[in-house]
Design a protein. Sequence first.
Length: 682
Amino acid sequence: MEAIYEYAWLIPVFPLLGAALVGIGLISFNQATNRLRQANAVLILTLMGAAAVFSFALLSSQIQGHEPFVRTFEWAAAGDFRLTMGYTVDHLTTLMLAVVTTVAILVMIYTDGYMAHEKSYARFYAYLSLFSASMLGLVISPNLVQVYIFWELVGMCSYLLIGFWYDRKGAADACQKAFVTNRVGDFGLLLGMLGLYWATGSFEFDIMGERLETLVSSGSLSAGLAVLFAILVFLGPVAKSAQFPLHVWLPDAMEGPTPISALIHAATMVAAGVFLVARMFPVFEQLPTVMNVIAWTGGVTAFLGATIAITQNDIKKGLAYSTMSQLGYMVMAMGVGAYTAGLFHLMTHAYFKAMLFLGSGSVIHGMEEVVGHDPTLAQDMRLMGNLRKYMPITAITFLIGTLAICGIPPFAGFWSKDEILSLTFQANPILWLIGYITAGMTAFYMFRMYFMTFEGEFRGKDAEIKGVLKAEAAGVYAFGPGAMHAQELGTHQDHDDHHHADTPHESPLTMTFPLMALAVPSMLIGLLGMPWANRFEAFIHAPGEIIEEAHGAFDWGEFLIAGGSSVGIGLLGITLASLMYARKSINPAAIAKKIEPLYWLSRNKWYLDDINYKVFVQGSRRIARQVLEVDSKVVDGIVNLTGFVTLVTGEGLKYFENGRAQFYALIVFGAVLGLVVVFGVT
């Protein structure tokens, strides 16, 4: 068993090797490599499978009680400075390795069907493999410097994958937006990391926590400075895990192919932020101000994401805001000290959200044959309906994922979300209320999504014509909650209407198999965290925390009240969605009309993108223009004046050149006399 630990470093190396081999093939033998499409996929899947085998072997060993393993070597040294690199294997590492590898493998299988007709099929697999390798390297990193290196690699891969279809303006803009937004958070992370090293002299997580506590308690370091360093580090997770106010990149990331949307939003990039908060917990937990900032950031993000998701008509963007909201729950849990609950929700969410995103991709794949290959139309839920009839596997698995995220027992999301809400109530009742209301909104918008997509009548064949007619008559039309405003029509009028089928179709087995596989943990994995036999908590707990076996009977009354209230608010949201979108008893358009300012506040994402554009984009351009004016008129003016003076004086002096030394001496004497007079007067 010890040999597995000795070679654990191979886990990120396997997918890295796959990416390197395919990448070299594309660079050196492009046409031949592209012809061997599925051979590339099999190679990458085999290597990822090897990483998964190692990961589950390590997880099994850790469950059986093997001690955490750390292997490091000196990477750089200068004087007293020592920087080590290596890998660590502990309970948190093995959990994340198992989650990342399983989701990555299923996404790669799904990719074969979804990207079957894509000419850059091999390039996409290379990117996926490199992305997975970067996340696996981050997970096994033993210190903050190595985390930062892989953190940046994850960001680079997300840039490549979000902008995979770089010839589309939306994709090109989205990958730049993701890159720039994450640079803001990463710069804060870098500053905080260097500040903590300056204070503690270490990049090791546990050592930083111990030394920081000693320094603050002894007065050697002010508490305010320690808080500043910790919050700067937290800026990294704020950007990576799409927390307010650096969340704006996440919905735009939907411009990338759906498989990468599933991987980013489930087990890799956004999970990296929560993972880093968990790793930095020894530093954060001793600074109450920082914990409050983390908790409130998560709570506000959870609520904000839910309020925006309510009015989204693009199925992928609705799921993106749902991801943002669920990540808010995880971050809020970390902030209130519910370390185990936050990581438990990270695990359960990874499986059911990956399934939901892959399900949305299956829907888009089926819709494209009906509405054409315009992604705006294929992803619009107002053009769907009754897909359960045509896509039964996709519908059933999507319903399972919806029940899981809504927190309906016994599905996975109930156990993790209920634990977060219970522990948040004990720590901060106001944050609990925010999370509780958000749970109700989550149930509403997810079942709104389900009913609009899979129930009712199919609207794909003639919805566009009806929409244009109604828009001309009333300025709006109402497939969704409140309507499509006239300003939105531009995205639906100019598409090339070449239909190839009258009805959608179920996706191929390569796409439905991952859905069915992910449905199993979405239903069952939450049972690991049943509060009366919480095996997950026994395995994953905060650093330094000792889990004692419970003595006495489990408090069923408290559990039933807490669990019943969370289920109750979820059922209320489901009922409301059913009345609006399934039974049509309530007209959502009429409600939206009555609260139109709130509706457009949600629909326009709280105008945060507009504010960012006005303040940062246009502000930066304004500053750049002013700098250009200074550069062209002042800096260039001085340089040009110097050249002009040189030219004029040179032209003038050439007329004094006559070859007589006495004349030159006279000029020098006159110049010296002039200087003496000038300086003498002054």
